[in-house]
Design a protein around this ligand. Structure first.
Ligand code: PEP
Ligand code: MN
Length: 353
């Protein structure tokens, strides 16, 4: 349930309410909004009486959370969540640009990529170290040796880095080397991995599984959030459909849908959604226009020799073209984002009135 509390409540009255809830063993999540405070009560182990809660000073309303995901729901947190990674803000007015190779392949390749991505105004450098491959005979990632290469290249050019974590053990191994942990589509429902990531203090980018429904996607986010880590970034990377000309189908619909039902930022990944470089630019622009908080695109110094996902990686000049095209709509996208953000937040707050 959600307890809506007036912001004029005194500190002692608020404390009294909180200790009552704790006494009842309620798991609570507090959100301080501009006009109201919201206390989310999660789980069903507590024995809370709605009629008793409403009698507390400052409590305006007690409403049930309708969705099965709770902490991820927009109801619980009307304001959009903004996740800060160094100087980069994910979920704010400016969409975030993440780019870099599918896989880190050598020290030289990642340094070359970092230099070029920084030059082209990218905010976050990507590079897979541990790779989930469909075939056991394909390149499985450079492994641990690549971690300092990625971190140092990023650091040198002022770029925070993101890389995929596939196993619980790797959380610790990667901790000092990455700024954002990526959970891949194949691990979206690896619940034990998600729970462990929920205990870290680093942002997690959770990619949508190839056949995951909206509800399953947000329930996976909930696994991370419920452990105390509220820095969850969602990523739409295409779903499996009957379409045969592209690797997956970018589900544009889920972007505005997520915005309606959740406060979490969502990034669009046109590389894995299409699997083909000729579709990357239009789908990136479509994703951003639909409200995505940024994009993640695979870029390689020479995609023809890439050890993974060669067909979908852009070379440096193709990526420059993406940036050039994005600049044409950048201003309008930001104006639209600010407008939509206000509208959605207003609607979500008024449902708490
Ligand atoms: C990747 O980002 O390289 C990757 C493997 O993505 P996904 O998990 O979306 O397939
Ligand atoms: Mn890839």
């Amino acid at each position: 349930m959600i307890i809506v509390v007036n912001n004029n409540i005194s500190d002692s009255e608020y404390k009294e309410l909180i200790s009552y809830l704790k006494e009842k063993k309620a798991e609570i999540h507090e959100v301080r909004g501009v006009e109201k405070r919201i206390i989310g009560v999660i789980g069903n182990k507590h024995k809370l009486d709605k009629d008793a809660i409403i009698t507390f000073e400052g409590v305006e309303k007690v409403i049930p959370i309708i969705e099965s995901y709770k902490i991820a729901s927009r109801q619980m947190h009307p304001q959009a969540t903004i996740i800060e990674v160094g100087k980069v803000k994910i979920g704010g007015i400016q969409p975030v640009k993440m780019a870099g190779p599918c896989s880190v392949e050598s020290e030289e390749q990642i340094w070359q990529s970092a230099e070029e991505m920084a030059k082209q105004g990218v905010d976050i450098l990507r590079g897979g170290i541990f790779k989930p491959r469909s075939s056991p005979y394909s390149f499985q990632g450079i492994g641990e040796i690549g971690l300092p290469w990625l971190r140092d290249a990023g650091k040198h050019y002022g770029l925070p880095v993101i890389s995929e974590v596939m196993q619980i053990k790797q959380i610790e191994d990667m901790y000092d080397y990455v700024d954002i942990y990526q959970v891949g589509a194949r691990n979206m429902q690896n619940f034990k991995l998600l729970e462990e990531l929920g205990k870290t203090d680093k942002p997690i980018m959770l990619k949508r599984g190839i056949a995951a429904t909206l509800n399953e996607f947000l329930m996976s986010a909930e696994y991370i959030l419920s452990q105390g880590n509220n820095k969850v970034i969602l990523c739409e990377r295409g779903i499996r459909t009957f379409v045969e000309f592209s690797r997956n189908t970018l589900d544009i619909n889920i972007i505005p849908m997520i915005k309606n039902v959740s406060h979490l930022p969502i990034i669009v990944d046109p590389s894995h959604a299409t699997g083909r470089r000729d579709l990357i630019i239009p789908t990136t622009l479509a994703g951003l226009t639909a409200g995505a908080d940024g994009f993640i695109v695979e870029v390689h110094p020479n995609p023809h020799v890439a050890l993974s996902d060669g067909a979908q990686q852009l070379n440096f000049s193709q990526f420059a073209k993406l940036i050039e095209d994005y600049k044409i709509i950048e201003n309008s996208v930001e104006i639209l984002r600010a407008k939509k953000m206000k509208e959605i937040e207003k609607d979500a707050s008024s449902s708490l009135q």
